[in-house]
Design a protein around this ligand. Structure first.
Ligand code: SF4
Ligand code: SF4
Length: 187
């Protein structure tokens, strides 16, 4: 074998050793790979408000009525669109446009060419680590059904780093426009 073809093969082997999220784009992933990119944090199902005029986003500590706050999972993922029509189905194109996905979201990280964090189940091998790391919605949010006005809940984001960039004294009352996303991708 010539040097050139050996190097070519070696490069290919080295590339194949990289985990799929480092060598594939979102659009190239298989269904199984795509689904495994969700770390199960549930933060995309936490209600956010957008301020009119500035477009600023504010986190609340309320979640979609279908999110189970004890597990941070959708209670009826299969039928969710019938119950919550504005639930957004994640696809590679949708991820590209959604600047409000949490900075820790696996889809967002891969889209931006960044690596997954240590707590991601694909790294740790344990779906519990996302909760242990304190970055998930589990046990930290309440259902929107239990709240009269979710705009009263601004500034109560369960994750401290969400508050810094997103919360300032609002100059205008928030427009009640909810942004949420499905926890799992298009099938
Ligand atoms: S899709 Fe939602 S639940 Fe999954 S990692 Fe992203 S923010 Fe978390
Ligand atoms: S996946 Fe959609 S319907 Fe289910 S909890 Fe999240 S936002 Fe609600």
């Amino acid at each position: 074998m010539g040097t050139k073809s050996f190097l070519k093969q070696a490069r290919r082997a080295a590339a194949n050793e990289l985990p799929f999220w480092k060598r594939k784009t979102l659009a190239q992933m298989s269904k199984q790979e795509w689904e495994s990119l969700c770390d199960g944090c549930g933060m995309c199902c936490v209600n956010k408000l957008e301020y009119e005029g500035t477009g600023e986003l504010a986190q609340t500590d309320t979640c979609c009525k279908l999110l189970d706050p004890r597990t941070a999972r959708c209670k009826d993922y299969k039928n969710r669109k019938k119950i919550v029509p504005d639930c957004i189905q994640l696809t590679p194109k949708v991820v590209e446009k959604m600047d409000w996905l949490p900075k820790t979201c696996g889809y967002r990280l891969v889209h931006l060419g960044q690596d997954l964090y240590w707590w991601h189940p694909l790294i740790s091998g344990d779906p519990e680590t996302v909760h242990q790391a304190g970055i998930s919605a589990r046990g930290r949010v309440i259902s929107e059904d239990l709240v009269e006005d979710i705009s009263d809940r601004v500034g109560s984001c369960p994750r401290t780093w969400c508050r810094r960039p997103l919360i300032g004294p609002p100059e205008r009352p928030p427009r009640v426009r909810r942004w949420r996303a499905g926890q799992r991708p298009a099938r």
